[in-house]
Design a protein around this ligand. Structure first.
Ligand code: VGL
Ligand code: ZN
Length: 198
């Protein structure tokens, strides 16, 4: 089965020193680079938000970062402003090997909808186009690494499994935000969806 490595959001803002830093996020750059040559294809995702994005606490007067709000599509964590289009924080980590990437897919660019998954925005309906790309290329066995384990990696892997791809998360090449038990919940949700967790 042709295999793709899907590298989720390995961007400066999710690494130490960034606006939404995930502890140890930069520590997985080397292991991810080392994995790339073992796959038939490598896809990178890039969180890519306009400055007025609805997931930013700064755009909700009085709201604290990491608090919860409701959007028309359901509950939404309000994040510190991060991965703003065209800013250095939205760039890939400078150590990430971009030379192996066949596709870079951007997500979260619609001001009113957040997008954790590489496949669907958070309304769970608006596709990014990634499923069609992978199917057209016959890439049916997907391995997920990157940031953050309990948000974008988990949502992507769950969607992949639900769409009929074989989905595996390599836990040594992910790091979690772990907000109010979100990592344990994500692990249980991935298990329920049939995601392999190595
Ligand atoms: C992410 C929160 C907001 C992620 C992206 O990459 O996991 N988390 N935007
Ligand atoms: Zn984001």
């Amino acid at each position: 089965m042709p295999r793709a490595l899907i590298v989720i959001d390995m961007q400066a803002d999710f690494c130490p020193g960034g606006a939404l830093a995930v502890a140890g996020g930069d520590g997985i750059v080397g292991p991810i680079n080392a994995m790339m040559r073992d796959f038939d294809a490598v896809v990178l995702t890039q969180d890519w938000h306009p400055a007025d994005h609805a997931s930013f606490a700064a755009n909700h007067p009085g709201a604290e970062p990491f608090s919860l709000t409701r959007m028309p599509y359901g509950p939404q964590v309000l994040w510190p402003s991060h991965c703003v289009i065209g800013t250095p924080g939205a760039d890939f980590h400078p150590g990430l090997d971009l030379s192996c990437a066949d596709l870079v897919i951007r997500k979260g660019f619609r001001p009113q909808i957040d997008s954790y998954s590489a496949f669907f925005e958070n309304d769970r309906r608006t596709p990014t186009g990634l499923a069609g790309y992978l199917r057209d290329r016959g890439l049916s066995d997907l391995t997920f690494v990157g940031l953050a384990h309990d948000f974008c990696v988990a949502w992507s892997a769950i969607d992949a499994a639900t769409l009929g791809f074989t989905a595996t998360v390599v836990q040594s090449a992910t790091r979690a935000i772990d907000l109010d038990g979100s990592l344990d919940r994500a692990r249980a949700d991935m298990h329920a969806a049939g995601v392999n967790q190595e």
